[in-house]
Write a protein that binds this ligand. Structure first.
Ligand code: FES
Length: 349
C-alpha cells in the first residue's frame, strides 16, 4: 500500500532537524521523537526520564512545528511555552526542516556513568527528611546542582536525588543526599525504616542540567523542602572556590521544625565572598509561636529590587517553581536567566 501511494505521490521527503548551537543537521526515521533521532545520531542531547516529566530535554523551537506525544504543559511553565520551549523527548517534528536550540552549557556536561553504591550512614534532618550518605565504587564527577538516579538491584525503576555536597576536582565517592519521605513511596518508606542500610545500590550519575552558570550576576536562590540539597551543593561549591557574587537564599518550609541544615547555611554565609542574605519563610507556623521571621509562601518574599540583572536558581515542588518563575518574570528577570529543578513525588518516591 505504501509503495502504491508513493508511486502516485512520489517518495515522502525525509524530515530534517538542525540542532544549534552545534549546527548539526540530522534526518529523522519515521516515528522517531526529536530526542530519539538526536541520540541515534550520536548527539549528546540532554535528557533523563524520556517520558516528559523531568524537563532535562527542554529545547527552544526556532523553526517548524512539532506534534506533542504528551502535552509539554504538564512539565513546562506557561512562560516557557510562550517563549517557544518544547520537550525533545515528547516532540515529533512535522515539517521538512525543524530548527531547535539547546542550552549551550548543557551540551558540554559530563556524561552519565554507572556506579555500584552502598548507603553508609543516615541522619534525620526533620521528621520527614533524611540525610543519606552513599559511598560509590569510584569517584563520581559532577557539577553542583546535578543529581543521581538510584535503584535497588531488581527493583523496576530508579529514583532521582540531588547531590547535597559540593563536588571535588578529583571526583567524590562519599556523597550526601537530602531525601524526603514520600507517603506510600516504596523506596523512601524502606529507606526511613533502615531496611536499605548497607544494601548494594545501582547509581547512574550525573544526571540533569541544573548547575551554577558562570559570570558574576547576583544569585537569587529559592528552595522548598528537600530542594535545598542542590542549592547547598551550589553554594558550598561557590564558597569553597571563593566565587564572588551577591546572593539571597530563600528557604520555604511549613514550620520552624521543618527548617534544617541551618548550621551549614550559616557557615556558607560567614565565609561568602560578597553579600549573602538568608531568608527562611514559614507557611504553616502556628500563629502564636515565637517565630519572628517571614511567614507565608516563599515566593511572596522574593525581593523585587534584587531581580534585575540577577540569575534565578530554583529547586522544589512544581507549584513553588511555577509561582517563582511568574514572580521573577514580573520583576524583569528574563526566562533565560532562570534555572530550576522541579522535585516531583513520582521521581523520588
Ligand atoms: S527527558 Fe524529556 S522531559 Fe525528561
Amino acid at each position: 500500500m505504501r509503495s502504491f501511494f508513493q508511486s502516485i505521490f512520489g517518495k515522502a521527503t525525509p524530515k530534517q532537524v538542525q540542532i544549534l548551537p552545534q549546527d548539526v543537521t540530522i534526518v529523522l526515521e519515521p516515528g522517531q521523537t526529536l530526542l530519539e533521532a538526536a541520540l541515534a545520531n550520536g548527539i549528546a542531547y540532554p535528557h533523563d526520564c524520556t517520558v516528559g516529566t523531568c524537563a532535562s530535554c527542554k529545547t527552544r523551537l526556532k523553526q517548524g512545528r512539532v506534534r506533542e506525544a504528551t502535552p509539554f504543559g504538564y512539565t513546562l511553565s506557561k512562560a516557557e511555552l510562550d517563549a517557544g520551549y518544547i520537550l525533545a523527548c515528547q516532540a515529533f517534528p512535522r515539517d521538512e526542516l525543524t530548527v531547535v536550540e539547546i542550552d549551550p552549557p548543557s551540551a558540554d556536561l559530563p556524561p552519565v556513568e554507572q556506579f555500584a553504591a552502598t548507603i553508609v550512614a543516615t541522619e534525620p534532618l526533620t521528621h520527614d527528611i533524611l540525610k543519606v550518605t552513599i559511598q560509590t565504587d569510584r569517584p563520581v564527577h559532577y557539577l553542583a546542582g546535578r543529581y543521581a538516579n538510584v535503584r535497588v538491584p531488581g527493583w523496576p525503576r530508579f529514583r532521582c536525588y540531588s547531590f547535597a555536597n559540593a563536588p571535588q576536582r578529583k571526583g567524590r565517592n562519599v556523597l550526601e543526599f537530602y531525601i524526603r519521605k514520600v507517603p506510600a513511596g516504596e523506596f523512601t518508606e524502606a529507606l526511613f525504616r533502615g531496611e536499605l542500610d548497607g544494601q548494594p545500590l545501582e547509581m547512574e550519575a550525573p544526571q540533569g542540567t541544573f548547575h551554577l552558570h558562570g559570570g558574576d550576576a547576583p544569585m537569587l536562590c529559592i528552595a522548598g523542602g528537600s530542594g535545598l540539597a542542590p542549592l547547598v551543593s551550589i553554594l558550598e561549591h561557590a564558597r569553597a572556590n571563593r566565587i564572588k557574587r551577591d546572593c539571597i537564599l530563600l528557604f520555604g518550609a511549613r514550620t520552624e521544625g521543618d527548617l534544617y541544615q541551618l548550621e551549614a547555611i550559616g557557615n556558607i554565609a560567614a565565609n561568602w565572598q560578597g553579600e549573602f542574605r538568608f531568608i527562611p519563610v514559614l507557611s504553616h507556623e502556628p500563629e502564636h509561636s515565637d517565630w519572628t521571621g517571614a511567614r507565608g509562601l516563599v515566593t511572596e518574599h522574593i525581593p523585587a529590587d534584587f531581580c534585575e540583572g540577577a540569575e534565578g536558581y530554583l529547586c522544589g515542588p512544581p507549584p513553588m517553581i511555577d509561582a517563582a518563575i511568574a514572580r521573577l518574570l514580573d520583576n524583569r528577570l528574563p526566562l533565560e536567566k532562570i534555572f530550576y529543578d522541579k522535585f516531583t513525588d513520582g521521581r523520588n518516591s
